[in-house]
Design a binder for this molecule. Structure first.
Ligand code: GMT
Length: 377
């Protein structure tokens, strides 16, 4: 099949899921076209079966905000016509599902056979999508898609709660490349970060408010106060990084925290990690947690959103109430101090990650494409 994938080019979240899905589909002999405003971070090597199309966003003095959604729709029209797309799969509803609707309207009967599939990822529903300034358009565009998927049962429920959706939503979870995300020996790296054999607690995110990065620092401070010799690795970057840095200064524990910025080889950092902390205020799945689990790292997370579908309390780690820093610190300390518990949770984490193996989930998407396509013909 000729498959168009539309996504944000981000280091994490939907950008990663969309790009890894494109690679997985290309490995099965499909022809992939990726549309975005920049080359996706995970599209890191040249392949003849994946073509990247950068959305051409011409500016004009009148445009304070050039209309990306229109430029994207225009490019979709070209690709449906000239690359003979069989499927157009958009990741993140805003504005991708709307642009797809517009492209199909422009092509009218010529595009009738090209199903539009929208995958809902998270904040396109839970935060920005439900904002009154976008809600009606998001509602309409999801209903106009031929197929709709969500990354967790939680997100499916939230979508029905927030919007008036008439479609069946199929849950297809995030997935993981178990060969790439596996624990490997990185002794030199570990030694450089932890010269005294300290434990490593890691957080990876885009440092947006929803990730609650200051909570990670406060909980880690408790771990130190409980007498655990440890280092905190903060991976990624974003608007709340200064708040997290400020929190370290306030607590006087900056020597124990390293801000590593954005990293491409996350699996290397995860390979030296003993614990992963993700206390998010909203998280529809938690791909970052799955990546850590695949590297045999137990998880301490909040119990909100889709996180309980990934991190199983008492098995792969612990879940705490949102904002309960005492719980985060106590649970982290317990796992780091009890070698037997740590080993058990590490093994369970990897085992659970195996349920979300890339190839299995790519098959689910492939079958869903066929199902929706058959429904249209
Ligand atoms: O909001 C973000 O952090 C990014 C967002 C996205 O769509 O790019 O991530 C969401 O999608 C991921 C992939 O499906 C999920 O694993 C994340 O849990 C989800 N983030 C949130 O819900 C905050």
């Amino acid at each position: 099949m000729n498959i168009g994938i539309v996504c944000y080019p981000t280091f994490g979240g939907s950008g990663v899921v969309a790009t890894e899905l494109a690679k997985g589909l290309a490995n099965r002999g499909h022809n992939l076209h990726i549309l975005s405003y920049a080359r996706p971070a995970r599209l890191d090597s040249f392949r003849t079966d994946i073509t990247f199309h950068e959305v051409d966003l011409s500016s004009y003095p009148l445009f304070e905000y050039p209309p990306y959604d229109l430029a994207l729709a225009n490019m979709m029209v070209h690709l449906i016509q000239y690359a003979k797309l069989d499927i157009l799969h958009v990741h993140y509803a805003i504005p991708h599902a709307t642009s797809a609707y517009l492209a199909k309207q422009i092509l009218n009967s010529k595009a009738a056979h090209v199903p539009v599939i929208t995958t809902l990822h998270g904040t396109d529903i839970t935060l920005i999508g439900s904002d009154p300034s976008y809600k009606q358009v998001v509602d309409f565009s999801i209903n106009q898609s031929d197929g709709v998927t969500a990354v967790s049962e939680y997100l499916k429920k939230e979508t029905y709660n927030h919007f008036d959706i008439k479609k069946d939503i199929k849950v297809i979870p995030n997935f993981i490349d178990l060969d790439r995300f596996k624990r490997s020996k990185k002794e030199h790296f570990k030694k450089a970060i932890c010269p005294e054999g300290e434990k490593v607690v890691t957080h990876v995110s885009n440092f947006r408010e929803v990730k609650r990065v200051p909570d990670v620092v406060s909980a880690f401070d408790q771990v130190l106060k409980n007498g655990v010799k440890a280092k905190l690795l903060m991976v990624g970057d974003g608007p709340d990084r200064p708040k997290a840095e400020q929190k370290c200064r306030e607590l006087g524990m900056c020597d124990h925290v390293r801000f590593l910025g954005k990293q491409e080889q996350i699996e290397e950092v995860l390979s030296i990690s003993d614990l992963f902390m993700i206390p998010s205020g909203s998280e529809t799945f938690g791909l970052a947690a799955l990546e850590a689990m695949s590297c045999s790292v137990p998880i301490i997370s909040s119990n909100i959103g889709g996180l309980p579908e990934v991190n199983i309390h008492g098995e792969t780690g612990y879940l705490c109430e949102l904002g309960d820093i005492e719980c985060l610190g106590r649970c982290a300390t317990e796992i780091l101090q009890d070698e037997e518990l740590h080993q058990r949770m590490s093994a369970n984490a990897r085992k659970r990650a195996e349920l979300f193996e890339l190839d299995k989930i790519v098959t689910v998407y492939e079958d869903y494409y066929k199902e929706i396509k058959e429904g249209l013909s």
